[in-house]
Design a protein around this ligand. Structure first.
Ligand SMILES: C=CC1=C(C)c2cc3[nH]c(cc4nc(cc5[nH]c(cc1n2)c(C)c5CCC(=O)O)C(CCC(=O)O)=C4C)c(C)c3C=C
Ligand SMILES: [Fe+2]
Ligand SMILES: [Fe+2]
Length: 368
């Protein structure tokens, strides 16, 4: 086994702490070539598709990549911003804001972000944190609900990287925060802000990314965690069971996924005479292809074509202040026991740095 090259151990070096926000990832460009590269990495992950490797290799390379890459690239092109993929733009801004919030709360931590698939890659960012002297790393997945297909895949990639490293840092992982008070509060505020601007709809549809149904029977808690998030959010909003629905979107392949599916449910609601729906995607912390295109464009069209009159998509948490402070609270709770607190002079310095990073995030926001 050949380990990665690393610096000689030196005495007295101050060990730093990092919070690493990890999201799913996205293509580098909305082109067939870049989408193909991304899909190949994503769909080759045995956590994502559980079909035996030899069979799946033929299906992936013979049927999926040649056809899906171009179609997906067109969809990506319809949501691409001048700064790049929305998922990446939001994740970068969130990390920058989180750095500011944690600094203001008196923590001396580095905050970085990485992608499970695509760039900036997890190995590349973990390597950079090592070079920067980070001896403690808290991994914060961008997924509130745990799933073997997403959260555990981040764990795999982290372990796989450190399997090649001699001096492995202290590691902590946030598993989930589907029922965390601050996350539910951030969702509640985004719905209330939407209602204040647009009035209240007849139904609030809470659409989560789907997974194959069999994973539920095989022990994946994802379905239950989605249901719990929905129940807590509905409670906070004072909604009765008739006023909201939980649905699952983005089905891939022919097998059954978690039901009810989002698009057919919206069509059914329109046919039943529901005139207006609000759709929120609580499982996505950043807007991305699945929310902006699949919900904001495709599902909207489905609802209107089936006779619905008004379709409102409630944007994801993105850079909302309650969400960034929820992330800061989550990080803080999981940093307990690690020496991240600053002396009073260091605190003053951190406040200045925090101000600078907030300004940088605002500049990034202004250029969006
Ligand atoms: C093939 C199986 C897939 C599983 C299982 C799956 C689970 C899953 N995904 C997310 C979050 C996101 N998925 C996104 C895109 C996306 N997802 C799949 C497939 C599976 N996802 C594909 C093939 C794609 C790519 C787009 C396409 O070709 O349709 C995204 C958006 C990424 C972006 O660039 O904007 C997110 C986010 C979760 C939370 C999840 C299980 C819980
Ligand atoms: Fe997905
Ligand atoms: Fe369940």
């Amino acid at each position: 086994m050949a380990f990665r090259k690393e610096p000689v151990f030196t005495h007295g070096k101050i060990a730093k702490t990092a919070v690493l926000l990890v999201n799913l990832g996205t293509p580098d460009a909305p082109t067939t070539k870049a989408v193909r590269r991304y899909l190949k990495q994503f769909l080759s992950d045995p956590r994502v598709v559980e079909i035996p490797r030899a069979i799946w290799w033929w299906i992936l390379h013979g049927a999926i990549l040649p056809f899906r890459s171009g179609k997906s690239a067109q969809k990506y092109a319809s949501i691409w911003s001048k700064d790049g993929s929305p998922l990446k733009v939001h994740t970068e801004k969130q990390a920058s804001l989180l750095r500011g919030y944690l600094g203001e709360r008196g923590h001396q931590v580095q905050v970085a972000y990485a992608m499970r698939y695509g760039n900036p890659s997890l190995p590349e960012v973990l390597e950079r944190l090592k070079t920067d002297g980070c001896e403690r790393i808290l991994i914060l997945p961008a997924y509130p609900q745990y799933s073997g297909t997403t959260t555990a895949s981040i764990y795999d990639a982290v372990f796989e990287h450190y399997a090649q490293v001699r001096n492995v840092p202290e590691l902590r992982f946030v598993k989930h925060y589907h029922d965390h008070e601050a996350y539910i509060q951030a969702l509640k505020e985004s719905v209330l802000a939407h209602w204040e601007m647009n009035g209240v709809s007849e139904k609030l549809v809470m659409s989560f990314h789907g997974v194959p149904k069999r994973t539920l029977k095989l022990g994946d808690p994802y379905h239950c965690e989605c249901q719990k998030t929905a129940r807590l959010l509905a409670q906070q909003l004072g909604l009765s069971p008739e006023q909201y629905l939980v649905t699952f979107q983005s089905r891939f392949g022919k097998a059954e996924w978690l039901q009810p599916y989002t698009a057919p449910t919206l069509q059914k609601l329109a046919k039943q005479g529901v005139q207006r729906v609000d759709v929120i995607c609580p499982g996505f912390t950043s807007d991305c292809l699945e929310t902006l295109e699949e919900i904001g464009m495709e599902a909207k069209q489905d609802f209107l074509t089936a006779g619905g009159k008004e379709f409102h998509f409630i944007t994801c948490l993105n850079e909302s202040p309650t969400w960034i402070s929820a992330m800061a609270a989550l990080a803080e709770e999981n940093l307990i026991g690690w020496p991240t607190h600053l002396s009073s002079s260091e605190r003053e310095q951190a406040k200045l740095q925090a101000k600078a990073s907030l300004q940088q995030a605002e500049r990034l926001g202004a250029s969006q």
